[in-house]
Design a protein around this ligand. Structure first.
Ligand code: BTN
Length: 341
C-alpha cells in the first residue's frame, strides 16, 4: 500500500465531531461489500453530500475508499499512520488517549504536550507524530525520529501525589514498554537504569519525563516515549548501540497495535502508582531490570563511577557498590555494562 505523505497536517479527534470515526465504523462493519450512500446517510443522520465530503476528508488522511455511482462506498485499506481514528479504534483505556493530538511532523511531541498542559489540556491527552524535527532525549541529547518508522508520543499526566513519588512515573513507562513488546510481539526486553529499554544490549526505546511542580504539588508530568519500530538504519554514532523491533524480528511491525497496547499498559501502571506504594512499581522494575547485579560504569556528568549496580534507593536512585566496598548513590547518569578488571 502506498504510504501517505501529509507534511503539515494536524488532526485532533476531539476537536472534530466524531463523524469520521462513525463513518469508518459503518464501513468496517460491512467490509466485504459496498454500502450505499443512502444507507450511510441514514445511519449517520446526515445528507449524502455531507457523507461524500467526510469520505473525501478520510481519503486525504490516507484511507482508500472506493465509490461506485449507484452502488456505494467500500473501505479498501486504512493508512499505516498513527491517526487518532486508528489508535482509538479498539483502545481500552479510561483516561489515557481520550484526547489524541496528531501531527505529521512536529518539533518535539514533548514540547507541544508541555504547551498544551500549560493551556489546561486534560489529563491523559496524547500528542503523537510521524516524525520530529528536534526530538529530545535525556541528558540534552537528540532523539532521531525517522518519518513513519518509530513511535514518538507524549502523554500529559496530572498525578495527585507529592513530587517525591514522581520517579515512579519514569519507571512505569519503561515497564509499560517492556510489557507491550512481550505481549504484542513476544519479544523479551530489559530495562537499563533508569528507563532505557534494551534488547540484546542495544537500545530499542527511551523515555524523557518532564515535570512542572512545586514542593508539595505536581502541576503536570509529560511522559515522552520514543521507540524504534520499523527503523532499518541508524546514524553512524549509534551503530552497535541501537536496534529496532523490525531488525530483531525481521518483519514489519504494526505500529498502531503497539501504540494501543502501550497506552493501555501505561494507564494500568499509572493507576497502580495512584493507588499503591512506590514499592510495587520498583518491584516490577527490578524484575525487568538488566542493570541490577551487573558490573557497570556510570557517566554521571562530572564523574565516572565504576562498580556493581546493587539496588534502587527509595526515590529510584541507583546504588553502586564500589570496589572499595563503599556504596555510592547515583541520581542521574548513563549506565554502560562493563567487564570487571
Ligand atoms: C532517551 O534519551 O532515551 C529518551 C528519548 C525520548 C524520546 C521521545 S520521542 C517522543 C518524545 N518527544 C521528544 O522530544 N522526546 C520524547
Amino acid at each position: 500500500m502506498p504510504t501517505t505523505r501529509l507534511p503539515g497536517k494536524k488532526f485532533t479527534l476531539t476537536r472534530q465531531p466524531n463523524i469520521n470515526a462513525r463513518i469508518l465504523e459503518v464501513l468496517r462493519s460491512k467490509s466485504q461489500t459496498y454500502i450505499s450512500g443512502e444507507e450511510l446517510s441514514h445511519k449517520l443522520d446526515m445528507s449524502r453530500t455531507a457523507v461524500w465530503k467526510h469520505v473525501n476528508v478520510l481519503r486525504q488522511l490516507g484511507y482508500r475508499i472506493e465509490a461506485i455511482t449507484s452502488v456505494g462506498y467500500k473501505l479498501v485499506s486504512s493508512p499505516s499512520l498513527l491517526l487518532p481514528l486508528e489508535i482509538k479504534n479498539g483502545l481500552h483505556t479510561e483516561r489515557i488517549g481520550r484526547n489524541i493530538h496528531w501531527e505529521y511532523e512536529i518539533e518535539s511531541t514533548n514540547t507541544l504536550a508541555l504547551q498544551l498542559a500549560e493551556e489546561g489540556a486534560e489529563e491523559g491527552t496524547v500528542v503523537v507524530s510521524e516524525s520530529q524535527k528536534h526530538g529530545r532525549g535525556r541528558m540534552g541529547r537528540n532523539w532521531i525520529s525517522q518519518p513513519e518508522a518509530g513511535i514518538y508520543l507524549s502523554v500529559i499526566l496530572r498525578p495527585s501525589f507529592v513530587p517525591i513519588k514522581a520517579p515512579c512515573l519514569t519507571f512505569i513507562s519503561a515497564i509499560a514498554l517492556v510489557e507491550t513488546f512481550d505481549q504484542v510481539l513476544g519479544l523479551k526486553a530489559k530495562i537499563k537504569w533508569p528507563n532505557d529499554v534494551m534488547i540484546g544490549g542495544k537500545k530499542v526505546a527511551g523515555v524523557l519525563t518532564e515535570l512542572r511542580a512545586e514542593m508539595e504539588r505536581i502541576h503536570h508530568v509529560i511522559i515522552g516515549i520514543g521507540a524504534n519500530v520499523n527503523n532499518t538504519r541508524f546514524p553512524k554514532d549509534l551503530k552497535g548501540k541501537a536496534t529496532s523491533l523490525t531488525l530483531e524480528l525481521k518483519q514489519k511491525i504494526p505500529r498502531i497495535t503497539l501504540v494501543r497496547a502501550l497506552l493501555e499498559a501505561l494507564e494500568k501502571w499509572y493507576f497502580i502508582t495512584q493507588s499503591d506504594t512506590p514499592e510495587r512499581t520498583f518491584e516490577r522494575w527490578r524484575e525487568l531490570s538488566g542493570t541490577l547485579g551487573h558490573y557497570v560504569e556510570v557517566n554521571a556528568g562530572e564523574t565516572i563511577v565504576k562498580g556493581m549496580a546493587s539496588h534502587l534507593g527509595p526515590n529510584g536512585s541507583l546504588y553502586i557498590q564500589l570496589d572499595t566496598g563503599q556504596e555510592q548513590e547515583i541520581l542521574a547518569g548513563d549506565v554502560t555494562m562493563v567487564a570487571k578488571v
